[in-house]
Design a protein around this ligand. Structure first.
Ligand code: MTE
Length: 300
């Protein structure tokens, strides 16, 4: 299958795995003062000096089914059984059914996508995902013309997920996209990172990644995908509609009611991390056309 997408990030932008080594080099190479004095708007080359790592990506997680602390998912998510795994695809599709993930994987083209990842909490990282385009999966299912949205659901297993004892969210975790967003070539279903299978805490064995939206749209451990003609409910919007909208596009001009979204804290810099400006659509300007006619303040 031909690749339909090009990438402005390179391997130099990945948070290298050896964060501590790199941090030492950074400290050795530059005076601490010059790091702290670095101003917003620095080049990507400088970004690459302040790396995240495989360790950062897999130990600083949000996966509330395993606890609300950043390190809870890494500590607890090993209890999740991820094989065998199947995904129900239903609703307005020609070929509804329970698809074994192994069967899906055989049909899909797995690519590496190095994406910026921006959490609504205003931290960010760069992640080298492995996965396939959601558009290809939707094509396999055969989307009926009346479908307008795609709804996603995370597995709910109280025996394997200690966090769901607490009513932090209305379980199971659910998310949704407009069909054109879902079909955009940037939207992927991730199955791995750093060339390794997705760790449980990052949403194994299959999660959504929508790089121009806040991280909470990137729903983990998906067991159901439903094509529908009505806007689906989403977990954080149900929990607090004033703070979390359906669209949740990264937008430095629309603040969260409790904090600014103008800047972000790149993970991995430790003591020396400095904030950098957040980019509209997280830097993925090619999606702007999806929202041309929309007021992004109202549709936050
Ligand atoms: N999916 C489920 N099922 N449960 C969650 O708590 N957290 C979301 C999103 N997907 C979450 C989820 C949030 S808030 C973020 S920022 C990202 O996952 C974090 O992904 P990461 O832990 O792989 O960085």
């Amino acid at each position: 299958m031909a690749k339909r997408w090009t990438n402005d990030l390179t391997h130099d932008d990945i948070t290298p795995e050896r964060v501590f080594l790199n941090r030492r080099q950074l400290i050795a190479g530059l005076g601490a003062g010059s790091i702290l004095a670095a101003t917003p708007g620095q080049s990507r080359a400088q970004d690459a000096l302040e790396p995240n790592s495989y360790e950062d990506i897999t130990n600083y997680c949000n996966y509330y089914e395993f606890g609300t602390g950043k390190t809870d998912p890494a500590a607890n998510a090993h209890t999740l059984t991820t094989s065998p795994w199947s995904v129900k695809i239903d609703g307005m599709v020609d070929n509804p059914g329970d698809y074994a993930l192994s069967e899906i994987m055989e049909k899909m083209t797995i690519e590496e996508r190095i994406y910026r990842f921006r959490c609504v909490e205003a931290w960010s990282m760069v992640v080298p995902w492995n996965g396939f385009e959601l558009a290809d999966l939707l094509q396999m299912a055969g989307v009926k013309p009346e479908a307008k949205y795609v709804a996603f659901e995370t597995v709910l297993r109280p025996d394997e997920m200690p966090g769901v004892r607490y009513p932090v969210l209305d379980w199971p975790y659910v998310e949704g996209l407009r069909l054109d967003e879902a079909k955009h070539p940037l939207t992927i279903m991730a199955t791995g990172l750093y060339g390794k299978p997705l760790p449980n805490q990052n949403g194994a064995p299959l999660r959504l990644v929508v790089p121009w939206k806040y991280g909470f749209k990137s729903i983990k451990s998906i067991i159901r995908i439903t094509l529908t003609d009505t806007q689906p409910p989403t977990s954080w919007n149900k929990a607090n509609a004033r703070e979390y909208g359906f669209y949740s596009n990264v937008n430095p001009e629309v603040d969260h009611p409790r904090w600014s979204q103008a800047t972000e804290r790149p993970l991995g810099g430790g003591l020396f991390s400095r904030r950098k400006p957040t980019l509209m659509f997280n830097g993925y300007d090619e999606v702007a056309g999806l929202y041309e006619a929309m007021d992004l303040r109202k549709n936050f």
